[in-house]
Write a protein that binds this ligand. Structure first.
Ligand code: NAD
Length: 416
């Protein structure tokens, strides 16, 4: 089934407008929130292994800093566009607002397929990107982190470049670092752990039994693999998983731990022993209780929303459901746990990492997980309550709560 691809910025703007209208806010509030407050576009020259120079396009968008410094990941992908980075930075502002952490949103991106680069080329690009955006980032200004196709190694090169330029070790400028460089316990698993926690809360609301629930997970990178692993650990049955190369299915459940070993060896979930292969479209329409989306934007659209059979959609990815699809899903009674809540575990533990860096005192994994669970479950309850009060979906309620916080901060500062 073909899908429609919408401009993510147009989607983000529709979501923000909808909540601003419901809150009855002055139009200046939407005018200020519909675009990032600052965007930097950079050209990054990188010496390739053969001695030639290739110039890569990069962006950093800082959406709003009324509540605190801006925060958001860096994506390396050939399809990165300025509008995508702007949209992702917008979603970050409201994600931080949902869990009540003192940040605004930001996002960065470089137009590159990192799989085509050697390790040395990737390192030079990562360092070059930091040099290019150096003037607008910092532990009290804007704090990057990993996103699609960036990882701890890339964060390590970036933190090293930043620290060399400022002349001292500055771990608080980037989160998602290895533990030895000041990373937090629980950060790598945090987004997927949070997705599974939020699905668990949604299952309670529908009076289903989590331990007898079936799950399909789209995407098996950082978010997808830890989502699947945590579903498995919490007792639900993961029966379908996909990645960019295809999907796998076993109605009796997939052994996620063994699958991770298989993916580490082969680079894909495909051809995992004891499973049959399915397409990504099949996975989105699988007959399961929970569909966890952990790949990219525009996966559930007006074209395929009607075919979704899951009772709950939990958005690990950013922007996987379009506004038209949202309407269809709401009418069908499918509970959508929106991205800005469902995947907020990543930024929540990034915030914990930053706090630990600033005080130079580190917590145990148990402490981190407990603090994450409290923030996310409280946020889920508040959003769910407002959604039933307004008879609306959880996405709209999440934006309403978050926009109200940002609005209050902007009003006190005299911006609106
Ligand atoms: P990743 O690069 O580690 O993994 C992406 C996964 O999606 C891979 O398994 C890839 O094969 C798969 N994929 C790509 N295109 C696909 C397609 N068309 N169909 C099926 N699978 C496809 O990235 P990630 O860090 O796991 O991020 C995934 C999503 O979660 C993104 O939307 C990202 O913005 C969001 N997110 C990530 C974090 C984080 O902490 N990493 C936090 C919040 C949100």
């Amino acid at each position: 089934m073909s899908k429609e691809t919408l401009n993510p910025l147009a989607i983000a703007q529709r979501q923000v407008k909808n909540a601003c209208d419901l809150l009855g806010l002055d139009k200046s509030v939407y005018e200020l929130l519909k675009e990032p407050m600052r965007v930097l576009e950079v050209s990054i020259p990188v010496q390739m292994d053969d001695g030639s120079i290739r110039v890569f396009k990069g962006y950093r968008a800082q959406h709003n800093d009324a509540i605190g410094p801006t925060k958001g990941g860096i994506r390396f992908h050939p399809d990165v566009t300025l509008d995508e980075v702007k949209a992702l930075s917008t979603w970050m502002t409201f994600k931080c607002g949902v869990v009540g952490i003192p940040y605004g949103g930001a996002k960065g991106g470089v137009v590159v397929n990192p799989k085509e680069l050697s390790n040395d080329e990737l390192q030079r690009l990562s360092r070059g990107y930091i040099r290019a955006i150096m003037s607008i980032i910092g532990p009290y200004k804007d704090i990057p982190a990993p996103d699609v196709n960036t990882n701890m190694q890339i964060m390590s090169w970036m933190i090293d470049e930043y620290s060399k330029i400022v002349g001292y070790n500055s771990p608080g400028v980037i989160t998602g670092k290895p533990i030895i460089l000041g990373g937090s316990q629980g950060r790598t698993a945090a987004t997927g752990y949070g997705v599974a926690l939020m699905a668990r809360e949604a299952v309670k609301r529908l009076h289903l039994d989590f331990k007898n629930s079936t799950v399909a997970v789209q995407g098996f990178g950082n978010v997808g693999s830890f989502t699947a692993l945590n579903f498995h650990k919490l007792g639900a049955k993961v029966i379908a998983i996909s990645d960019v190369y295809g999907g796998i299915y076993n109605k009796n459940g997939i052994d996620v731990e063994k699958l991770i070993t298989h993916v580490n060896k082969t680079g894909t979930v495909c051809d995992f022993e004891g499973t049959t292969s399915i397409s990504n479209d099949d996975l989105l329409q699988a007959d399961v209780d929970i569909l966890a989306l952990a790949a990219l934007e525009n996966q559930i659209t007006s074209v395929n929303a009607d075919a979704v059979k899951a009772k709950i959609i939990c958005e690990g990815a950013n922007g996987p459901t379009t506004p038209d699809a949202d309407k269809i899903l709401f009418e069908k009674g499918i509970l959508v746990v929106p991205d800005i809540l469902a995947n907020s575990g990543g930024v929540t533990v990034s915030y914990f990492e930053w706090v630990q860096n600033l005080m130079n005192y580190y917590w145990t994994e148990k402490e981190v997980e407990e603090k994450q669970e409290v923030l996310m479950v409280n946020a889920f309850n508040a959003i769910e309550k407002l959604a039933s009060q307004y008879k609306t979906d959880m996405r709209t309620a999440a934006y309403m709560i978050s926009i109200k916080r940002v609005y209050e901060a902007m009003k006190l500062r005299g911006w609106v």
